[in-house]
Write a protein that binds this ligand. Structure first.
Ligand SMILES: Nc1ncnc2c1ncn2[C@@H]1O[C@H](COP(=O)(O)OP(=O)(O)O)[C@@H](O)[C@H]1O
Ligand SMILES: N[C@@H](CCOP(=O)(O)O)C(=O)O
Length: 313
């Protein structure tokens, strides 16, 4: 359940007076997502999504909202944020930072085909190319520093074999040198539930609240580990090839990226093992969070250590 902070229709109806999007018709809490409180808002003029930010510091929010506006301006199916009558994207509702964005059409596809993976690969490359001209900079909030801190927090809750896996992987990642990789703005969480399909087309790419500056290859690895895996975490060779070739056709991989691919798949798997383990073992007080399985990403890490699928030449 992702409504941590309730919003009464009368309160929202008054708050919407700050905008030029008509009067409130309907308000529905959204029972998906793990971070923020989200609502579908229908007004006399359109359909929107209201987000109350529960944990992200206010000062970091303009980066995400302006990024969404930038990508939408570049023709990508990203929800454009709505400016209020003072021309601001970010407001305050019920003591929380709050923003409205356009509601996009479509539904998540949780059993993707080769064709879906091909489109997602091309879309991710499009996001990376459009992001190169985005002027604001903010680090990936789940980068190397976060990994070290989070690993120390969750380690005591792990079984002995998991601790050994974690220690070995942290040492492996600490020794890796990713300095030669092309960097830019990455989505960093482009999982199946963050892409909305409108028939065969991507109608929406949502949830930019883990975005930041990092190696583009990290984003490729995060997306690949989710979209190209079977339910047991192994790679599906057809979907893997379709995804990577479609990305490569838009933004060709460099030799440095080819050299670091296997290590980056492991870094991406480690990131989600850690965040899920933290949500599982150290849930934040008062939150009614839908916790995703840490074991799934622990196993994906083990599988990526054992085998991978090469980047196209
Ligand atoms: N702009 C949007 N258009 C349509 N649906 C959206 C939009 N933003 C969010 N949603 C819906 O809300 C759900 C939760 O959003 P998400 O951003 O994943 O939440 P959280 O930030 O809490 O992780 C999504 O799975 C999707 O169904
Ligand atoms: N995609 C992450 C969790 C982030 O949740 P989201 O609902 O904000 O996408 C995972 O699978 O662990």
């Amino acid at each position: 359940m992702s409504v941590f902070t309730a919003v009464a229709p009368e309160t929202l109806a008054r708050w919407l007076g700050r905008y030029a999007i008509g009067r409130l018709v309907d308000l529905q809490g959204i029972s998906a997502g793990v971070q923020n409180s989200n609502f579908f808002v229908t007004t006399t003029l359109g359909r929107y999504v209201l987000t109350l930010f529960e944990a992200i510091p206010r000062a970091e929010l303009p980066f995400y909202l302006h990024l969404m506006a930038h990508l939408a301006r570049h023709g990508l199916p990203v929800p454009a944020p709505i400016a209020d009558r003072d021309n601001e994207y970010l407001g305050t509702l019920n003591q929380r930072p709050a923003a409205l964005v356009m509601r996009l059409s479509g539904h998540s596809e949780m059993a993707p085909s080769e064709r879906h993976c091909e489109r997602v690969g091309a879309m991710l490359a499009g996001l990376h190319l459009a992001g190169l001209s985005y002027g604001r900079k903010q680090d990936n909030p789940r980068g190397a520093a976060w990994r070290t801190v989070t690993a120390a927090r969750v380690r005591p809750f792990l079984a002995a074999d998991e601790q050994a896996l974690l220690d070995a992987e942290l040492a492996f990642q600490a020794a890796a040198n990713y300095a030669q990789l092309p960097c830019g703005v990455i989505h960093a969480d482009l999982f199946r539930d963050n892409v909305l399909w409108d028939g065969d087309y991507i109608g929406g790419v949502i949830d930019f609240y883990f975005a930041g500056q990092d190696a583009l290859l990290f984003d490729v690895a995060v997306t690949f580990n989710d979209w190209c895996a079977t339910p047991s975490g192994e790679l599906d060779p057809q979907r893997a090839e379709a995804f990577l070739c479609a990305y490569h056709a838009e933004r060709p991989f460099t030799d440095a990226e080819r050299a670091d691919w296997a290590a980056m798949l492991r870094a991406a798997a480690l990131r989600f093992w850690l965040s899920r383990a933290e949500d599982f073992h150290l849930p934040k007080a008062g939150e009614m969070v839908h916790v995703k399985s840490p074991a799934e990403y622990r196993d994906i890490l083990r599988l990526r250590i054992a085998a991978t699928h090469p980047l196209p030449l």
